[in-house]
Each structure stands twice: as C-alpha cells, then as structure tokens.
Design a protein around this ligand. Sequence first.
Ligand SMILES: [Zn+2]
Length: 417
Amino acid sequence: MPLPPDFTHTVTERFLRYVVIDTQSDPASPTCPSSEKQKDLGRLLAAELRAMGIADAHLDAHGYVYATIPATTDKHVPVICFCSHMDTSPDCTGKDVKPQVVRNYRGGDIVLPGDTAQVIRAAEHPALAAQIGNDIVTSDGTTLLGADDKAGVAEIMDAAQFLVDHPEIKHGTIKILFTPDEEIGRGVDKVDLKKLGADFAYTLDGENAGNIEDETFSADVATITIEGVSAHPGFAKGKMEHAIKIAAAIVDRLPKSSCTPETTEGRQGFLHPIAISGALEQATLGIIVRDFADDGLKEKEILLENIIRSVMTDFPRSTYRLEIKPQYRNMKQVIDRHPEIVDYAMEAIRRAGLRPVKTSIRGGTDGSRLSFMGLPCPNIFAGEHAFHSRLEWVSRQDMEAAVRTIVHLTMIWEERS
Ligand SMILES: [Zn+2]
C-alpha cells in the first residue's frame, strides 16, 4: 500500500518544539532520572500521545514514557517497540537552545549566528554534501542542538500520529518507549520490559539517512587503585613511592600511535583513560576498554595489565589492584539470532526511498543493553550529525525519511507475519 506523499511534513515542527526543552542528563546525580527537568519533555510527550488518542501513554516515576498503538490486523504479529532517548549529553550545554533552519542549503560552510566562531565546515562535515537543496536545522552556536536524540523522538511521535490517523494501514501492536539518561549510560536501568511487552525493538538514534546498525562495541571499564609509599617530602630520599607518579607513568606507557580513540576508526578498539585522582599515598585511574570482539577486549586488558606490571617494577614497595567491570556487549551476538529484524528494517529503508547501509556503532546504545536484557534492538538512523557539540545538525528531509521508514517497518512486520 503506497503512503501519501507528504505525510511527514509535521516532524520538523515537532522537533523544533522538543529541542527548546532542556533535558541534559547529569552523571554526578544518583537519582533516576538524573535530572528532574527531563520529565518536562516526558510529560509533554505523554500528553501529546494521549491527545492523539493513545490512551495508555504515560510518564512513570523514573522518567520513562510508555505508550501502545493497538494492532489494526487480525494476524499474529510480533510486538515491535520504537525507542529513543530524551536526554542530551552533559558534554555541551542544552539550555536555551535556539534552533535555526537553513532552508534550501546550497553547499558551503554554515556560520552559526549566535557565535560566528562556530562554523559547520563542509570540509569537516562530508555528510553535508548529500544535503544540497535540503533544509538543515542547527543551534545558534551557543548550545548543542539536541538532534541526538530528539530527532528520534520527533520521528517516532510523527509516525505514531500517522498510524493513529490511518487505521487502514495494517500493523501489529506497536509500543513506544522514551528513555532518560542514555547519555550517561543509565538509559535502561529502570525500564520495565515486562510492562513494555515487546518482542523486538528499534532505537532511532543513528547518523546518516539509510543507516541501520546492528553492532556496537563491547565495553569494559578498568579501575586501577595504586597504593604508594608515603613519607615527609623533606625526609623522603629512598623511601617515597608516589602514587600519583605511578598512575601518571601507567598513562604515559599506554599505546600512543594505535589503540587510542584519536588514532582508530572502523572496527578498531582502544584503551582510553577517563579519570585520574589521587594523592601521595593512593591514586585511582579509570580506563575504558572498547572492541567489537570479546577476544579483542581481553587482549587489550592483558596489554593494560602488562603495562601496569612493568611500571610497578620501578616501585617495588607499592601495590596495585586492577578491577575490570563489564559495561555492555556487542549486540550483534543477540541480533544475529533473529536476522529478520535487520532484514525488515533494510526493506523499510528501501521503501522509504533510501539505500540501506548496514554499519556498526563505535559506542553503545540503549539497544545494546536492551538486546542482552532480552529485547533485541538494532539502531536505525535518526539523521543526527556532529552530536554532543555546538555544531550539531539534522536535515528535515532525513527526519522525514526516518518517519517513512518507521511506518513502512510496521507494515512489513504485518505483511511477513
Ligand atoms: Zn543518542
């Protein structure tokens, strides 16, 4: 069944309405959601969903929005969930976002009006080349935009409106889930999968239009605690072993020309220090470990421990403790058991008028954790670019293509069931 040509024109309006609500998450906060203001968007979304006629839409105490679009078919179709996160990154302010729309982009650099030092340069953003003639949304340069992931939120909302308005379109039960705190790695901490009741899910939180991502990094975090030997600095000769200096020596011996975020791409992993603190007697070093394969993760952890051991030989009376904690695993291990999830998404992208491209994510998503919690969940493009920065942008046309993809995907699941 062909879709009406222009039904997605409302997605940008929605997006512009959502990005002005500050939803920055806060890694220092122990609460869920980590910042109460994320509920401002959650409340609005729940109210908009109810206004569409989705009766069970609600925001829960932890800041999650749940909603159900009832099935329009008698067939037995798996329950599909579409999921996006409402928070924005703590790396860049999201307060007082003033979105700008560059209509009919003609190519070249985009200077942001609120801070003209902020320039989205065509040379540094090659994805802009595919956007000639499109309308590009940016911030004014003083904040991030929040396309990560309010583009995904707006796309799911827009698709929901269309499905509710067009009961003649056949689909199974559709679940909607909006999560808080994805950017601080806690996006699914308090999700109630039983209540959600979905068989498969898709996050809408990817970059280029047409992308479908079924792989994420596997991730561990290593914490190294060093016990040095303290002495009065005036009388320390031959006695003192400085914990801060030991920690610094470990960082210094980490690989420099490979195995770092700044020297790797594609399928290469890395070791990356994220925190260091301490005093003379004790210091703590946090290092994240990333790789697509569990073997690669292990290899890097062995390398790390060898570096620590070799540094410690220079400090014979000091000790260390190395603790490695898993953070998340490559979701491909789970998704490959249900190849139709990705196949149908590829077909939906094709029907939406794009060329599907299967890629992997150099990071984690809510989907990687959901997959291991029993809800297989690849990631579909939302159109967001240069996220976590003041140069963030998204195009109207890509958001519209994502809405079409969602609608087609619900129809394909019904057709093939
Ligand atoms: Zn995101």
